[in-house]
Ligand binder design. Sequence first.
Ligand code: NAP
Length: 314
Amino acid sequence: MQTVKLGNSSLESSRIAYGCWRSAGTSDPSEVTPENREAGLRAIIAAYEAGYTLFDNAEIYCRGVCEEILGRALREVAGMRERVIVATKCGIRVPGDPTPEAPKRYDFSGEYIVRACEGSLRRLGIETIDLYMLHRPDYLADPHEIAGAFLQLHDAGKVRFFGVSNFRPSLVSALQAACPLPLIVNQVEISLAKLDCFTDGTLDQCLERHITPLAWSPLGGGFLASGAILRLPAEKQRHARAVITTLDEMAEKRGVSRAVLAVAWLLKHPGRMVPIIGSNQPERIRDLARAADLELSREEWYQLLNAARGEPLP
Ligand code: NAP
């Protein structure tokens, strides 16, 4: 697969990344079966064999089970650890931890960032995380405290590069102003079902600061591929139908699947964004890799944008 540099760093990622959020088949660790683990492992190995080299994870994904599954792949597949970028995230705390009355919350305290990173390293079974991200903005985030934790992890050889996720541009600027290490990615939701980042300043900032946008849920969590729009809220169904129809017409002309086209649409942006796909099915994972070679014209791109906006451009 084609590759792309992450920010101004030395990390070179496949043009499309693989996300491990669904690797355990459930978000509840008590429900995970050995079959779930095997299916997750098979999907990760299929992604590696299809040329994906960035594997996205998070401590919160099935409370660590998804990191364990990726860790097993890294151990069992010869050469995989050296060839891939291991990316994971911290900062979401589950209710009941550490005391029963503790609520769900975000935690960017220096102490927690360091402890969470050590937990991820253990579950992944590796010495160093290539890309470590803060998952969702902590309302109590202190940029100087975060910077201190990042430096500590970097200096200890536990993390190579840092990034953020779901950050508004002003918080990226505040953190970068306090942190001597570069933030190389902002992982945000972008797809034909979620256009906000094109107009809220997120992508403009990525261009300005050479931050690579990692686009999560590039298929809108599945409906752009499956066409199952009836599961969406009523007000979203009309737009969704228009997008699916336009994708289908174009996909037929191009001889690709609707899902491939939806991912290729993201690749046209000059910010060189990296979509993170999340299918757990090897056949679909292999099919989606074809998006990396599909170049849309400006006219095709805008045709899809117009369908997704649901109203004419001014
Ligand atoms: P997605 O690629 O938009 O959706 C994948 C879902 O679509 C899967 O459940 C898949 O089911 C389904 N699907 C249905 N038909 C499909 C088809 N023809 N081809 C492919 N998929 C089809 O992405 P996502 O899983 O929502 O998210 C991807 C990654 O983004 C996650 O793994 C995670 O790494 C990251 N993420 C990050 C955040 C954040 O806050 N930073 C939030 C969410 C996700 P099957 O498995 O049955 O194929």
